[in-house]
Write a protein that binds this ligand. Structure first.
Ligand SMILES: [Zn+2]
Length: 400
């Protein structure tokens, strides 16, 4: 009698080495602490991860020694009534640096591992690209020094820039800045080390997502800075698109045969709702930031400005309703400089959404000012820089 021959399938996965298993379990445990709304105990970590108590004890010791977490004192009592020591993220150690180019200013921000803003600074924006990048380098260095004084080490830097960004470094086209194919990452590398560059509207949406968590999971954050940009968040994640270029809402047509835009097309939203275009009929670019100047003029009852704001709100509503009919989000945040003008824009945006979004009659879209407002992009940039450690703490532990 012959035994049946069992064919052994060739292994498709490589075996998990002990070291990568250790790193994997450490990341898994750390992410539980990152995601916990309150200090979490060792026992809760064991339950949440499925790892054994001794393994959790060893990982927690390693995270404590590496300065990534702290014991937060007795967090709660278990069923036995014994107090359990809660663990939370350390307010010292790794930090993220964000930089942002705004219409009226440059800004720099440091956030710690807990997501708390520890440093926020502003400086005027010089007109020339080279001067702008040199000043950003200075601000980045100053922010790193401020962080070091608070026992924080900057582990990553992200620059928020207008327009589409290629390969996380090159700003392809930012007409209002006069930038075309500017390698911002290369320009800042000498002063700041590796710098990621990302679109400002997307980073603003990330900042707002973090600030509003867990309440908001599906929304558009539309920012009126240079070009009008939309950061789209679906199921709690930023929608980047195939090449990271999603969200150029300013170049969606609201009238097919409108005026020619800087992009070469006609009838773009930018022409009707850009800050400079709202400001133009009433005043030359005034000394305060455009959004502030617009707000002052509108508050004083300036008719041209009020008419321009009405036109802008309507055009924004038209463009946003097309987007929402396709992607189905329940909330529009008026972000960046638009947050300062929300009281003038909301009515027009809501009116058009109610008219044009197919589902609005039984599920109206909520329109409101974004909580972080003009600071969202620089905070989002800093958060994206620290997020690499929050997702994988092993690189930090390896260098500590
Ligand atoms: Zn355009």
């Amino acid at each position: 009698m012959t035994r049946p021959v069992h064919r052994v399938a060739p292994a498709t996965d490589t075996p998990v080495r002990q070291e990568s298993l250790r790193a994997h379990n450490l990341s898994l445990t750390f992410r539980q602490i990152v995601g916990a709304p309150a200090p979490i105990s060792r026992i809760e970590l064991a339950v949440a991860t499925g790892l054994t108590r001794p393994t959790i004890t060893r990982i927690v010791d390693e995270l404590l020694a590496g300065g990534l977490i702290v014991e937060a004192g007795p967090a709660r009592s278990g069923n036995s009534g014994r107090p359990r020591v809660g663990l939370s993220l350390a307010p010292t150690g790794p930090a993220g640096l964000g930089l942002d180019i705004r219409v009226d200013a440059l800004s720099a921000c440091v956030v710690d591992l807990t997501g708390t803003v520890r440093h926020l600074a502003f400086a005027p924006r010089p007109p020339a690209a080279a001067d702008t990048l040199a000043r950003l380098a200075d601000m980045g260095r100053a922010a790193m020094a401020a962080a070091a004084a608070e026992k924080l080490t900057v582990v990553g830097t992200t620059l928020a820039a207008p327009g589409p960004v290629e390969n996380a470094g090159v700003v392809r086209f930012a007409p209002v800045l006069g930038w075309r194919d500017v390698d911002a990452a290369a320009a800042l590398r000498h002063a700041l080390g590796e710098v990621m560059v990302d679109n400002d509207a997307g980073l603003a949406a990330l900042g707002e997502l973090y600030a509003s968590a867990p309440a908001l999971r599906n929304f558009v954050c539309v920012s009126g800075e240079f070009d009008i940009g939309a950061g789209i968040v679906l199921e709690g994640a930023l929608l980047r698109g195939a090449r990271g270029w999603s969200g150029s809402l300013g170049h969606v047509a609201v009238t097919a045969d409108g005026p020619v835009c800087a992009c070469g097309a006609t009838g773009c939203l930018q022409h009707y709702a850009g800050l400079q275009q709202i400001l133009a009929p009433a005043a030359p670019a005034a000394a305060p930031a455009p959004a502030v100047a617009i707000d002052i003029l509108a508050s004083s009852g300036d008719r041209d400005t009020l008419a321009a704001l009405d036109r802008a709100g309507t055009a924004l509503g038209v463009a946003l309703s097309a987007l929402i009919n396709i992607i189905d989000v329940d909330t529009v945040l008026l972000g960046g400089s638009y947050s300062l003008l929300a009281s003038w824009l909301t009515e027009g945006v809501e009116r058009e959404l109610n008219r044009r979004v197919l589902t609005a009659s039984w599920a109206p879209v909520s329109v409101r000012p974004a909580p972080l407002g003009p600071d969202a992009a620089v905070i989002g940039a800093a958060l994206s820089a620290i997020d690499r450690v929050r997702q994988d703490p092993n690189s930090w532990l390896a260098r500590a």
